[in-house]
Design a protein around this ligand. Structure first.
Ligand SMILES: [Cu+2]
Length: 175
């Protein structure tokens, strides 16, 4: 029964691979992809391409002084009125914001006109691991064909997973 043995072995390898995939690691996302943090980019559309988890890092790249990053409450995010509801302020031009809590985060640029012009988006950081029950996805993830931003998130981990699959296949064929 060498056939079943090989099949079982391959099945186990597959299970290991899938558990590695589902065990989400912290990812680093460059906000806006190649457009960075600037006017003229639809950041809501950008953010909807991804599913964010606790531990992930958002990187805001921009020319210091031309923009900034304010983490806001939801109401203030909607109104773009930053006179209240400011939770955190970043202005270094290379701000790394770690999503430390399982909650909704709201970001705007506070330079006058920029938030109303579209420099605003929200993300939901979901808890992974722990009880192993993922919260339901908040919004459907559209635009699979869009080219920007794909490059930063799907990088080394995906390639590693492909290699594991190839190696597992090779081993199971040899045995
Ligand atoms: Cu701005």
């Amino acid at each position: 029964m060498a056939g079943t043995y090989v099949f079982n072995f391959f099945l186990i390898i597959l299970l290991i691979v899938f558990s590695l995939i589902s065990q989400a690691k912290s990812e680093v996302y460059t906000v806006g992809g190649e457009d960075n943090w600037d006017t003229g980019t639809d950041y809501v559309a950008w953010s909807q391409q991804y599913s964010f988890n606790v531990g992930d890092i958002l990187v805001f790249n921009y020319v210091m002084g031309q923009h900034n990053v304010y983490e806001m409450t939801q109401d203030t995010y909607r109104s773009c009125n930053s006179s209240t509801g400011v939770l955190r302020i970043y202005h270094s031009g290379n701000d790394r914001v770690t999503l430390t809590e399982a909650k909704q985060y709201w970001f705007i640029c506070q330079i006058p006109g920029h938030c109303l012009g579209g420099m605003k988006f929200g993300v939901e950081a979901k808890q992974v691991g722990g009880n192993g029950v993922p919260s339901p996805p908040p919004t459907p993830t559209p635009t699979p064909g869009s080219e920007q931003g794909q490059t930063n998130a799907v990088s080394t981990r995906e390639i590693g997973i492909v290699w594991i699959c190839i190696i597992a296949l090779g081993i199971s064929v040899l045995m």
